[in-house]
Write a protein that binds this ligand. Structure first.
Ligand code: IMP
Ligand code: MG
Length: 182
């Protein structure tokens, strides 16, 4: 059976794949304009940003390379204890490069605050944040995204790369899982 929001009890579609596609193309066009004539490195935060990065990259008409970084935050399920550690580092040097950190969702800001500090230490020429979703209500660290797809209320979402206990990443739409404690 094909997994869709409709086949998963209680799930509600927040953004359809068509809406996501349109918005991601706009974000790619904005990045293309901002970095016209330059090269960029897209750094995806595993695993949630994988689908977003793959669509965003195809909307960026620039000389681009990819890299991936992975972090773990202590805490189970949907809770976050606030400690972030690196589990996979970059493969290439970002010194004097235009870096775009690509993340699925900017929530408390702990992950991106940690990653921007880490990457800044390597002296990139520019460092920007592209996050598909922003949940400003839960911010702990004062992180602002440079390219934001959608700003959403304080609800737990899955799909289009985002998970709950590793499930639902393959849903094409972004869906709300009601009743999840964050
Ligand atoms: P932050 O460090 O709290 O900003 O959270 C960043 C990470 O938490 C994201 O990359 C996601 O992996 C995860 N996250 C936060 N909110 C959600 C959500 O609503 N659904 C799925 N994952 C989430
Ligand atoms: Mg993530």
């Amino acid at each position: 059976m094909r997994m869709t929001a409709a086949t998963t009890t209680g799930m509600r579609v927040l953004y359809t794949h068509q809406q996501i596609e349109k918005r991601v193309a706009e974000m790619g066009a904005e990045i293309t304009r901002d970095f016209a004539g330059q090269s960029v490195i897209l750094i995806g935060v595993l695993k949630g940003a994988c689908l977003f990065l793959s669509d965003l990259a195809r909307s960026i008409e620039l000389d681009a390379t990819f890299d991936f970084i992975a972090v773990a935050s202590y805490g189970k399920g949907t809770t976050n204890s606030g400690e972030v550690r690196l589990t996979k580092d970059l493969d290439q040097s970002v010194e004097d490069k235009n870096v775009i950190l690509v993340e699925d969702i900017l929530d408390t800001g702990l992950t991106l605050s940690y990653l921007t500090k880490l990457i800044s230490a390597h002296q990139p020429r520019a460092l920007k944040i592209a996050a598909l979703l922003d949940k400003p209500a839960r911010r702990i660290e004062p992180v602002t995204g440079d390219y934001i797809g959608f700003t959403i209320p304080d609800e737990f979402v899955v799909g289009y790369g985002m998970d709950l206990g590793e499930r639902y990443r393959n849903l094409p739409d972004i869906c709300v899982l009601p009743g999840q404690k964050i």
